[in-house]
Design a protein around this ligand. Structure first.
Ligand code: SF4
Length: 466
């Protein structure tokens, strides 16, 4: 995605197989794109939970020796990029705690929007928090005395949470999956050799040879144990109002995954077809900004009849250290990641397809590269509507002033970026391309219509933009 807006966190869980930890390692490996800051695995022998968490990529953290050390039949794993809670190793997950009700490990994807208030309430009752993560409130709520067994305590705790949370939990004799009542973040169930697997995306199921069964439904708790898979709701049916994050389909998920029951590559290709219908261009070649624009550029080329080509080549070996070096200029960072193919773009009228423009600085650098390589005209086509509102459900572009489309017209943005023309896919066009029902998606970062009232500090900004 342009400008480093990222949803971060990948979840995986598997119950009752001898190689549960190897499978979790492979699942996290497939989900690496959802979080590169750090990772962790917790496993159980049916009585006790052991774990390892560390900053770094899955391939860097888990050696064969470590996998052997963690060997147990039940396991969960987590890939993290910080959403709420700062980027320090104490905030890595799974979060593992021992309570009067037993041991448990929690892995979380999303952002619990009332976490600060719940934390204050827990602290006033004497809870001592180990981390700055919003996810920790879940275990403190569960640990309250007098609320039945762990599953009942979990259901009670979930009723108090607001915002986005897909969770995978491990207790000594079960793996548990949860999706919030609005279903922002994906979580699916697979099956392998008679047992069940949980994963953020189906690419992790494919990785271990598991079959996709279904999504965990919004508002559902699935408990996988020796009794098989048991399902229950933690809220009333009337409280379930799906608001699936459209950015999962636009950018976050891997194109080979099924997310919200639909193949991500084919959805993106349809975005490209629709974009060609809404914003045609007189051009010689369609090029994607890799990797986010690849599938949509194919769709645009097919619909418009303009040839597709690779005008940028992406370096797949860019390490995190380089990207994190704050003194490095934006231009240099972009140049390290993407290099234009001068022989494809020189003297040509280009349609450049990308998934979104957030802050605009990265897009400007990419356009500059294409001009330097000799592009004659540049017509940028974006597979999402203008990004004008902040997200507070776990995406790290939160301040309105960071969003280039907030308070600016498309002409002003095109001028700032140095484009000959700019076209955004409209909200209706976007919804024409995804599986119905149309009102089951969150589009708040385009429309400002949030599923839940924005927190106080964002409310004024949202009203100003509207
Ligand atoms: Fe996704 Fe945007 Fe909704 Fe955030 S506001 S959950 S990024 S669609």
């Amino acid at each position: 995605m342009s400008d480093d807006a990222r949803e971060r966190c990948g979840l995986f869980g598997i119950f009752g197989v001898p190689d549960a930890v190897e499978n979790t390692f492979l699942g996290l490996y497939a989900l690496q794109h959802r979080g590169e800051e750090g990772c962790g695995v917790a496993s159980s022998d049916g009585k006790h939970i052991i774990y390892h968490r560390q900053m770094g990529l899955v391939s860097e953290v888990f050696s064969p020796e470590l996998i052997e050390k963690l060997r147990n039949p039940h396991a969960i794993g987590h890939n993290r990029y910080s959403t709420t809670g700062s980027s320090i190793s104490v905030n890595l997950q799974p979060l593992v705690v021992s309570t009067a009700k037993g041991e448990m490990a929690v892995a979380h994807n999303g952002n619990i929007v009332n976490a600060a208030q719940l934390r204050r309430e827990c602290e006033s009752r004497g809870s001592i928090f180990q981390t700055t993560m919003d996810s920790e409130v879940v275990v403190h709520l569960m640990a309250r005395p007098g609320r039945g067994d762990l599953i009942e305590s979990l259901v009670d705790a979930l009723r108090e949470l607001k915002g986005a949370f897909s969770l995978v939990l491990l207790v000594p004799n079960a793996v548990i999956g949860v999706r919030d009542r609005l279903g922002f973040r994906p979580l699916c169930v697979g099956e392998k050799d008679g047992t069940y697997v949980l994963a953020s995306e189906t690419c992790a199921l494919d990785q271990i040879g598991a079959n996709y069964l279904r999504e965990v439904e919004p508002g559902e708790v699935v408990v996988i144990s020796d009794d098989g898979l048991k399902s229950r709701r933690f809220c009333d049916e009337g409280e379930v109002r799906p608001h699936r994050c459209i950015f999962e389909l636009l950018y976050f998920a891997r194109p080979d995954s099924l997310v919200f029951g639909q193949n991500v590559h084919l959805v993106r290709k349809r975005f490209g077809v629709k974009l060609a219908e809404e914003h045609p261009a007189d051009a010689d070649v369609v090029i994607p900004v890799p990797d986010g624009g690849n599938s949509a550029a194919l769709g645009y080329a097919e619909r418009s009849g303009i040839p597709f080509d690779f005008g940028f080549i992406r370096n797949h070996y860019v390490g995190r250290t380089f990207i994190l070096a704050s003194q490095t200029s934006r231009d240099t960072k972009v140049r390290v990641k993407l290099n234009p193919v001068a022989e494809v773009v020189r003297g040509k009228r280009l349609v450049v397809v990308d998934d979104s423009i957030v802050r605009g600085t990265t897009s400007k650098a990419k356009i500059g590269q294409l001009r330097q390589a000799g592009a004659k005209e540049i017509h940028m086509r974006i597979t999402s509507p203008p990004h004008r509102f902040p997200c507070y459900y776990g995406i790290d572009f939160q301040a309105r002033q960071e969003l280039i489309a907030a308070g600016r017209s498309e002409e002003e943005i095109a001028k700032f970026l140095g484009l000959d023309s700019l076209g955004y896919l409209g909200v209706d066009g976007l919804l024409d391309c995804v599986q119905p029902p149309r009102d089951s998606y969150c589009l708040a970062c385009f429309t400002g219509d949030y599923a839940e009232e924005p927190p106080e500090h964002l409310h004024k900004l949202v009203m100003e933009e509207k």
